[in-house]
Design a protein around this ligand. Structure first.
Ligand SMILES: [Zn+2]
Ligand SMILES: [Zn+2]
Length: 827
């Protein structure tokens, strides 16, 4: 079977994607007896289109799934969609130009379901086009019934374990999205602002405060100064009058008041920031809420009632100025907390919210993080830092519509919480009846359904449970879970990007240890981000690149795009640069051409007939053994980039540039009559080519499959390269002497090529003599290869130079230096 002259990725890729699916090549449990390797695939957020960053980070798990499948594992590689919660709601609001609150719950949920379905269909087509080897029958969506049931079950379990509480408390609030949010959802953003020096009065004296939030004056409940600040020592314990609003507040000392900042006097408002909340709690201060949940001023703001924050600020500053109470103002840039989904500055709201208690078990969470193997390792530090700096319990209630309901009713007279029964899950308490008619504690009939929905991370933190069908009749927890080095874990691999360590990784670890008492995974691999050439992070919220990934694949092929995605190390941010695509293209072409040429020489190879391995064959196999070792280790450690590098170097340099050249007389020249010698060369070539294809198959599944199917599949008795074996290097290949001899011979060949290129003649130009300057040891190594060297150099003779001259004092690679004497006819 001869390979066609050209390889057309467009038709070949589509063909193989179809065949793989028809044959179920990637189906989980095709071989139920094999050991399981399970992957906790990130369900992409359904909040808009896919960008190259998705391709980049999804490729890590994809390559590793293929590797373990070839290593004989029963690979569980599912796909999910994260389509519940705020990101999807915002997408619907944007696409339909509506606000959830105006549309109403039922209609809005319907709109969300329709829109996310459409995006999911597009996503699926795209991932298939990339050749991703997931088993599409192992599919979930975070809004489906299983996900709802497991999220609710997990919540009820946490409630019974005393981990859930409901409390009226200051909560981080996004006035734009109109909901409570968690600490993990806030980001720092640098914003321009103005410091206003505002005069309070204390016993007839001005007491000046610098503030960026003059609109919070009506919410002021206290003043703080540093205990050692001599300017204000005498004032501590007295009271100050708030300008414009006239109420009096206590002046107190606290270490957290920074004497260097502004005038050194800080006003405490309920609530401007987290320090305000701490002071309010510790000093038992009054509560004065001046902003409602829509970001408008309340009646406490008197004449400024119903104004937006911005308008209130403007009017209050004008009025202060008019009354001579504004002493100064100056622009500043400062860091504020914003909601990561919409960029709006965070406010605080006091409302009843549901929380999961985590602050008291920080040490346990850190210890659990240490039992997970992080790749790269330093990502564990990010996890640890996040946990150490946590200030809030996990607020899990959201005042939105599209998400998983809380499976609870609350007694209106005594506050008792009534939980749904497990057999009734999933429930929507707004439409279902509670399992009891009256409050089990006080007998009241007034059981009100909880109308809030759960934070979307409450479901995405359950992905190992969704995959393992946790506490379902067909639970896989026993079957998938493993113990290694005393650590019990549920799944083998979690791939994800580094920006969601503080959310997805953190919450999943919390759930796994609290609900199941195990860590969720053995290994977490963390990818970097894709940067545009201007080094900006590529992401859906900020525009992304000009070309969609679909267009990139159309233009560059799936194999090239995958190669690009594997061209950098784990955890490192990567540029979206053309060079890696070009290198991928070159490799595809070279794989095709080299295979086409080689297959012509090994078509009649009979592996059963006797063969004789020459020194150079043994060198190639020794190099192959080294390459198999390195690639296997790299893939095992999830460092696929190192694997590709090793295989490419073997394939280009050792196999194509040198071995085929060196062995050409035995493969197809005048020495081909020596049947055993020829079969030796054929064996080395067959093995090296097939092994290279196998080791590149995880990264370039299409071109390797095409070549494999045309020649190797039948000979190896394999239906696909992707379910075939991984190359093994037997002990007899590890021949140190052959390795050294081959490397020295390669140094001679490379030297000879350099000399010819300096002389500006072709590499095939005939030589009268090739003289080698080297020591005795090097000469002894290459002596058995002289006839091969003579062939490659196209030289009449290859000889050892009589003595080293001054010109040859430097010894390049392998201690050899080459001198070539051109034959007269070419010069
Ligand atoms: Zn928001
Ligand atoms: Zn009650």
């Amino acid at each position: 079977m001869e390979l066609p002259k050209r390889y057309d990725p467009k038709t070949a890729e589509a063909k193989w994607q179809r065949i793989w699916e028809e044959r179920g090549v990637y189906r989980f449990d095709r071989h139920p007896d094999r050991p399981i390797y399970s992957i906790d695939t990130p369900p992409p957020t359904v909040s808009g289109s896919i960008h190259m960053g998705h391709v980049f980070s999804y490729m890590q798990a994809e390559v590793i799934a293929r590797f373990w499948r070839m290593r004989g594992m029963n690979v569980y590689y599912p796909f999910g969609f994260d389509d519940n919660g705020l990101p999807s709601e915002r997408l619907v609001e944007k696409e339909h130009g509506v606000k959830a609150i105006d549309v109403g719950r039922e209609r809005f949920v319907q709109m969300c379901l329709e829109l996310t379905k459409r995006y999911e269909d597009e996503f699926r087509v795209f991932w298939r086009r990339l050749g991703i080897s997931v088993d599409w029958s192992q599919n979930y969506s975070t809004i489906d019934r299983l996900s709802q049931r497991i999220s609710q079950r997990s919540f009820i379990d946490l409630f019974r374990k005393g981990r859930v509480y409901r409390k009226e408390a200051p909560t981080l609030w996004c006035p734009e999205c109109h909901t409570a949010i968690a600490q993990a959802e806030i980001e720092d953003a640098e914003r321009g602002s103005t410091f206003h020096d505002v005069a309070f009065s204390c016993e007839g004296q001005d007491l000046v405060v610098s503030t960026t939030r003059p609109e919070l004056l009506p919410a002021c409940v206290g003043m703080f100064v540093h205990p050692d600040d001599p300017r204000y020592k005498a004032l501590v314990g007295k009271r100050a009058r708030v300008p414009l609003f006239g109420h009096e507040v206590p002046i107190m000392a606290d270490e957290r008041a920074d004497p260097e900042k502004g005038t050194g006097v800080v006003m405490c408002c309920t609530f401007g920031d987290t320090t305000d909340i701490a002071w309010w709690q510790e000093h038992g201060l009054e509560t004065r809420i001046v902003l409602d949940d829509n970001g408008r001023m309340t009646e406490l703001a008197a004449g400024y009632r119903d104004l937006s924050i911005r308008d209130a600020r403007k009017r209050i500053v004008e009025d202060l100025d008019r009354s001579g109470l504004l002493k100064d103002r100056r622009p500043i840039t400062h860091v504020v907390n914003v909601h990561e989904r919409c960029g709006t500055e965070i406010e605080f709201s006091v409302a009843t919210q549901w929380f999961i208690r985590v602050l008291d078990i920080k040490d346990d969470i850190i210890a659990a993080g240490l039992r997970v193997q992080w790749c790269p390792e330093f990502m564990h530090t990010r996890f640890r830092n996040w946990v150490e700096n946590l200030k809030w319990d996990w607020c899990v209630s959201r005042q939105r519509y599209y998400g998983v309901p809380f499976p609870v009713w609350v007694c209106q007279s005594c506050g008792e919480v009534v939980l749904a029964r497990d057999e009734d899950l999933p429930v929507d308490p707004t439409t279902a009846s509670p399992p009891v008619e009256e409050c089990p504690k006080c007998g009241s009939m007034e059981l009100e359904p909880e109308r809030d929905i759960m934070d979307t991370w409450m479901t995405s933190s359950c992905t190992p449970f969704l995959n393992l069908k946790w506490r379902e009749p067909d639970s896989r927890v026993e079957r998938f879970g493993k113990t290694e080095g005393g650590v019990e874990y549920l799944m083998d691999l979690r791939p994800q990007a580094h920006d969601i360590i503080r959310t997805w990784a953190f919450y999943t670890i919390v759930k796994s240890i609290l609900n199941e008492g195990k860590v969720p995974w053995r290994t977490a691999i963390i990818s970097g981000h894709i940067l545009r050439p201007d080094r900006a992070k590529l992401s859906k919220s900020k525009g992304g690149s000009a070309k969609t990934p679909g267009e990139v694949i159309e233009e560059r092929s799936a194999d090239c795009t995958r190669y690009w995605a594997c061209s950098s190390r784990l955890g490192v941010d990567t540029m979206l640069a053309d060079e890696a695509f070009d290198a991928g293209h070159k490799l595809v072409v070279k794989l095709w051409n080299a295979s086409r040429f080689s297959i012509g020489r090994i078509e009649d190879f009979d592996p059963a007939a006797p063969r004789k391995l020459e020194l150079i064959d043994r060198w190639l196999l020794a190099r192959l053994a080294e390459t198999v070792d390195r690639a296997t280790r790299s893939y095992t450690e999830c460092e696929y980039h190192g694997a590709v590098e090793a295989v490419e170097s073997f394939f280009w340099r050792d196999l194509c540039d040198n071995y085929i050249e060196i062995a050409k007389r035995r493969l197809y020249g005048d020495a081909a009559q020596d049947a055993e010698g020829r079969r030796g060369a054929q064996f080395a070539l067959y093995t090296a080519l097939l092994s290279s294809l196998r080791m590149l198959a995880p990264v370039m599944p299409h071109v390797t499959e095409e070549i494999h199917s045309l020649f190797f599949a039948e000979r190896e008795g394999e239906e696909s390269i992707h379910v075939g074996g991984w190359p093994e290097a037997p002990a007899e290949w590890r021949d140190a002497a052959a390795l050294e001899a081959g490397e020295t011979a390669l140094a001679v060949i490379e030297g000879m090529r350099k000399v010819k290129s300096t002389l500006k003649v072709s590499v095939a130009a005939p030589l009268t003599a090739l003289r080698i300057h080297c020591d005795d040891a090097a000469w002894a190594r290459i002596e058995p290869l002289l006839s091969e060297l003579r062939d490659v150099a196209n030289a009449k003779t290859v000889e050892r130079a009589a003595s080293a001259t001054a010109a040859f004092v430097e010894t390049p690679a392998q201690g050899v230096l080459v001198e070539a004497e051109l034959a007269k006819e070419t010069s």
